[in-house]
Design a binder for this molecule. Structure first.
Ligand code: PAF
Length: 280
């Protein structure tokens, strides 16, 4: 397993693989890898001859008051995690490699980015789509892997891949949870022990929402109220949003029918956590 820092090195390696007729999977990450990322890498290893993992804390997807500086980084740990999951190459560029001076071209999306995280993080998805588009052009993978945990990101990437004719299969992968239900996230490392316990309110509240839908409730407002009421029982939790939207377009629905995303964002102390489920 190799680590490279430049676009030229990635291209040379991928071209060599292509000459041998090998297929290539890409797992874009911001590093500090956990079992959620490893499940994406394993899926790629299963479906492709070679797997590239990008480890890059992308500055342009963080707003001015967000956690760019504090975001956890540990390349040695990431190398072990990629090795363990069977990945072949880590691309770990410096910001200047990805964003040369006078960088002024962006992939901007509408519709799927209006609500949920897009409503409160105005430049976030422009940054995500731009870096993912760049990674697609650098690696030119056959398939790319994204977790359902970032469901709005997944829907948005699917949309720009379709709209802009990227010839890449987007493979969605399920949320990986801790044994007690907390969705795995690099940001969980920010939580102190009391907050870690309090964070369970996210998955527990979603479960109540899911149970209500399974029992036949189809009114989105009722589901939102069930989830919000339960979230409010946790004193360390502050609700950012609870939304019920159609998964393809990320637009609000009144009635739950078709593929529906129930998504929440909640501050536990200063840490903003997201979680969701998709009802089909
Ligand atoms: O999901 C993430 O970790 C990031 O948003 C991504 C897709 C790697 C782009 O920086």
């Amino acid at each position: 397993m190799k680590v490279v820092k430049t676009i030229k090195e990635v291209r040379e390696q991928v071209n060599a693989w292509r000459k041998e007729g090998l297929t290539v999977g890409l797992v874009p990450t911001m590093g500090y890898l956990h079992e959620g990322h490893q499940s994406l890498i394993r899926k790629s290893v299963e479906q492709n001859d070679r797997t590239v993992v990008s480890v890059f804390v992308n500055p342009i997807q963080f707003g001015p008051n967000e956690d760019l500086e504090a975001y956890p980084r540990d390349l040695n740990r990431d190398m072990q995690a990629v090795e363990e999951a069977g990945g072949n190459l880590i691309f770990n560029p410096e910001p200047s490699e990805m964003y040369p001076s006078h960088f002024t071209s962006f992939i901007d999306t509408t519709e799927t980015t209006e609500l949920l995280c897009g409503a409160v993080r105005p430049i976030h998805f422009r940054g995500v789509c731009t870096v993912v588009g760049k990674l697609f052009n650098i690696v030119k993978p056959d398939r790319a892997y994204f977790g359902q945990k970032d469901a709005q990101q997944l829907a948005t990437i699917r949309r720009f891949v379709r709209d802009l004719d990227f010839d890449i299969e987007i493979v969605p992968c399920p949320i990986i949870r801790e044994e007690d239900g907390l969705a795995k996230s690099s940001r969980n490392t920010y939580l102190n022990p009391a907050e870690r316990q309090a964070a369970l309110i996210l998955s527990k509240s979603l479960k109540l929402g899911q149970q209500a839908i399974d029992a036949g409730e189809r009114n989105a407002e009722t589901i939102i109220n069930i989830i919000k009421t339960n979230l409010k029982t946790e004193p360390l939790a502050r609700v950012d949003y609870v939304e019920v939207v159609d998964f393809a377009n990320i637009q609000r629905v009144e009635k739950i029918e078709g593929e529906t995303l129930v998504a929440i964002a909640v501050y536990i102390g200063k840490t903003r956590l997201i979680d969701n489920f998709i009802w089909k």
